[in-house]
Ligand binder design. Sequence first.
Ligand code: RIB
Ligand code: NA
Length: 306
Amino acid sequence: ATKKLVVLGSVNADHILQVESFPRPGETVSGHGYRVVPGGKGANQAVAAGRLGADVSLIACVGDDDFGKRMINAFVKDGVQTGAVTTIPNTPTGIAIIYVDANGENSIGISAEANAHLLPELVEPHLSLLNSAHTLLMQLETPLITVEIMAKAAHLANKVVILNPAPARPLPDSLLANVTIITPNETETEILTGITVKTEEDAHKAANVFHAKGVDKVVITLGAGGAFVSDESGTRIITGFTVSPTDTTAAGDVFNGALATALLENKTMNDAVLFAHAAAAISVTRLGAQPSIPTRKEVEDFFVKE
Ligand code: RIB
Ligand code: NA
């Protein structure tokens, strides 16, 4: 039987504007390519898993606006089960205001809106989803208390708990103790371990801080530098693919959704990270969060070309 994935997290309407360079305080810049596209870290990770072929359910909240309705239909088309997506009355769907510059870098402001309603009492009726699941994947764009409770429940039930600790914030040790695989970038690693990751040795030290707090496997994403992995097989850097960036928004989300998908297929950690690198690389060449997420076929074709 296919192993099931549950993703818990945010849904956002991403308002994107492409600019030559980011506006500085007091400055107005002219942009182009304004559009509103599906985003939010939880939704992006679930959609990545869905397009890549995982059996995935999303636990999330949307608003009772047009965008929320549109999202539920879009999830279904992308193979994401929406039985645990709750529509919050009189509330807008979460939003992100995103500038993308000429280098493909972004600058993002978010407002939680409906995502703030993803509280323990709302999630409780969906706890049974965990029973039949193998892996729970979460991020930090929804209330932390719910992430803590879900991690605990999943860990107690011997499920794999993957935490992508984004956006960056300090976390209690009690949460980390229930995490099987943590996937921070360099900034998040520094905030969580106090170690600035400049060298492989730094990454090794930071991974040991996570291990000491009870995290089994550590995957530190290094942007263009690939990923540093520390698990029962030891430590190594798994190099990524070089692409010319259009928009790096959601690259981390695609990486996480793809990593979870590949691990559920019993790929080794090395192969799963490579698969995730490929999916993320494709997404970086395209504009927008969910519009940039590749299908399974696109990732497989990418490997043939490489
Ligand atoms: O990780 C990318 C996501 O972060 C965007 O889709 C935006 O919604 C913000 O939440
Ligand atoms: Na992209």
